[in-house]
Design a binder for this molecule. Structure first.
Ligand SMILES: Cc1cc2nc3c(=O)[nH]c(=O)nc-3n(C[C@H](O)[C@H](O)[C@H](O)COP(=O)(O)O)c2cc1C
Ligand SMILES: Nc1ncnc2c1ncn2[C@@H]1O[C@H](COP(=O)(O)OP(=O)(O)OP(=O)(O)O)[C@@H](O)[C@H]1O
Ligand SMILES: [Co+2]
Ligand SMILES: [K+]
Ligand SMILES: [Mg+2]
Length: 519
């Protein structure tokens, strides 16, 4: 089945594609006043039973949006002939294009072609071109073979041959369409490839949805009156969306503005700024890793005199020195989810991407699990491992014992990069390169942010919109394990009902009290 959709090495674009494009173009002309629309039908019991998560509709929605096409509805239906037929019939009448996903394999529960045929009251037949292709792949053109079910399509079915955009080659197996219904395979990589190779079929030429995103520090309820005003004023040209986020460290509401008219879009954005207040707009970067190296190195290459820039520069030099002295396979980053090693990890990531742009292996990290760790902390470690693509070494028990185990399990590791700062306990005499103590397993401890202050750490994390453990937003200022760590009393405040709340860690003013929540 997979091989059918693979790319041909020798075929050239054939006539059917050309014909189909003309037909699509005609459609646009006749519908020039109305926007083209798409209705999507996702077919499969496995999705409705929660056994498989549908990713196809999300993929198609993203792509269609870029093509200037509105998706109006997504429907998920079970593998039932009537359900499929009814939905196809309804969607076909309502929307410019209908896209189905799934139900075109050889087994009893693959009913999409039959359903489409029933929707249009058409018979099915063995499409000669598809039979020929099946013959080529399966070595049989015997129509009683289950393999030939793929070729059993409604009478008016058309074949659409896609072109691989990278190679310019034509796909071997066509996408079948019946009137305005396009029948896609359900397997995500196959669907994605088929769609990308034929996206001109759906393109809405001349339409671009321009968008702007604004992040707001205030909660949604408090800005609702202003949003209503914006909507009333601009709704003719601008579509406004409002999405609260209760867990983001940087903003409370994400506003999306969309318009085909750039000027109206800017006007609406300005109106929001003027009425909500510039100070409530958050300069948030939703993809802080995308250009991490460029942004960090730009900061330090300027001749700036900002004290934090100077500390960033010296941290970068220490990390560069570390990876010059040691191979990447000999180094790991001590990452226990705390704020200091979150800074360190980002810096290491930026340096490694810069110095070894071709390095595609994972960066090694080390987490020694001690005591009863907060679930929020471990969730954040997992997230960090994913976002920074880490090869995480997890050990359990006392730190010294665990480092001993590391010597045997990973004998090549010679250095551990750490987020230790000079104000941490027993750390005032540390240097940026210090071997572990004589009675400890021997590792080079590399501490690039030794001279950073508590507020440097927060300025850095927040300047680059870096993700950090959510406990810091709940008043924890340093994280030990659950039995010995509490929110910092210096961040407590009482509301009018006498209930105690905690401000986020980055608002702690007196850094001497950083460890006041630990005992
Ligand atoms: C990679 C690494 C190396 C460390 N090296 C030393 C060391 O050489 N000497 C020392 O006193 N503490 C060292 N520590 C400090 C420990 O942070 C910690 O203060 C202490 O041992 C508490 O851990 P435990 O309760 O699991 O023993 C090191 C920690 C890590 C993560
Ligand atoms: N259990 C551990 N596993 C791996 N590395 C660790 C562990 N404990 C500490 N480290 C390393 O030692 C550094 C100093 O620890 P420390 O607890 O002071 O900082 P943090 O956890 O990053 O932040 P916070 O001070 O807010 O808890 C960490 O940044 C990390 O690099
Ligand atoms: Co710390
Ligand atoms: K909403
Ligand atoms: Mg810690």
């Amino acid at each position: 089945m997979q091989s059918l959709f693979q790319i041909s090495r020798h075929c050239r674009r054939v006539d059917t594609v050309g014909k189909h494009l003309v037909m699509a173009a005609n459609n646009v002309v006749t519908n020039s006043k109305t926007e083209p629309t798409v209705g999507m039908i996702i077919i499969g019991d496995e999705i409705l039973k929660g056994q498989v998560k549908d990713s196809n509709s999300h993929y198609l929605c993203k792509r269609l949006y870029r093509l200037g096409v509105r998706v109006k509805k997504i429907s998920v239906v079970t593998d039932d002939l009537d359900e499929i037929a009814n939905e196809v019939k309804e969607f076909s009448a309502k929307y410019t294009h209908v896209i189905t996903s799934g139900g075109i394999g050889p087994t009893h529960d693959d009913l999409t072609f039959e359903g489409v045929a029933r929707a249009f009251e058409e018979p099915t037949y063995h499409h000669p071109e598809l039979v020929k292709l099946c013959g080529k792949f399966f070595g049989t053109t015997d129509v009683t073979s289950p393999k030939l079910k793929l070729a059993l399509v409604p009478k008016s079915a058309k074949t659409n041959y896609g072109i691989n955009k990278q190679t310019g080659e034509q796909l071997i197996y066509p996408l079948v369409s019946v009137r305005n219904v396009y029948v896609f395979p359900g397997v995500p990589p196959l669907l994605e490839r088929a769609f990308d190779s034929l996206d001109e079929l759906f393109l809405n030429p001349g339409t671009i949805f321009h968008t702007k995103v604004v992040y707001i520090a205030k909660d949604e309820v408090s800005i609702t009156p202003i949003l209503n005003q914006v909507n009333d004023r601009f709704k003719k040209d601008v579509i406004l969306g409002s999405y609260p986020d209760f867990y983001n460290s940087y903003y409370k509401v994400k506003l999306t503005l969309e318009s085909q008219n750039m000027e109206k879009l800017s006007e609406a954005r300005q109106y929001i700024e003027d009425h909500i207040g510039k100070e409530q707009l958050v300069d948030y970067d939703p993809h802080p890793l995308e250009d991490a190296s460029e942004r960090i190195y730009r900061t330090i290459e300027g001749s700036g005199t900002d004290p934090l820039d100077i500390k960033i520069k010296s941290a970068i030099r220490t990390i560069e020195e570390c990876i010059e002295k040691y191979k990447l396979s000999e180094v790991c980053v001590g990452f226990n989810g705390g704020k200091d090693c979150t800074v360190l990890l980002h810096l290491c990531y930026a340096v490694i991407k810069k110095k070894y742009p071709e390095f595609n292996d994972k960066i090694q990290s080390l987490y020694i699990r001690r005591g009863l760790p907060f679930p929020e902390l471990e969730q954040f470690i997992e997230k960090g491992v994913k976002t920074y693509n880490l090869d995480s070494i997890s050990l359990l028990g006392r730190i010294r014992d665990s480092l001993g185990e590391l010597k045997t399990s990973h004998p090549h590791i010679k250095a551990v990069l750490m987020g230790t700062r000079a104000t941490d306990p027993y750390s005032e005499h540390l240097k940026s390169f210090s071997m572990t103590d004589a009675d400890w397993p021997q590792f080079m401890r590399v501490s690039p942010i030794l001279d950073w202050s508590y507020s440097d750490v927060w300025t850095f994390l927040r300047r680059f919109s870096l993700p950090y453990c959510i406990l810091y937003d709940r008043g924890y200022t340093s994280l030990g394990s659950m039995e010995n760590t509490h929110p910092n009393p210096k961040l407590a405040w009482r509301d009018e009902k006498g209930i105690t709340h905690y401000k986020p860690a980055y608002l702690l003013e007196d850094w001497h009290t950083e460890r006041d929540g630990r005992n």
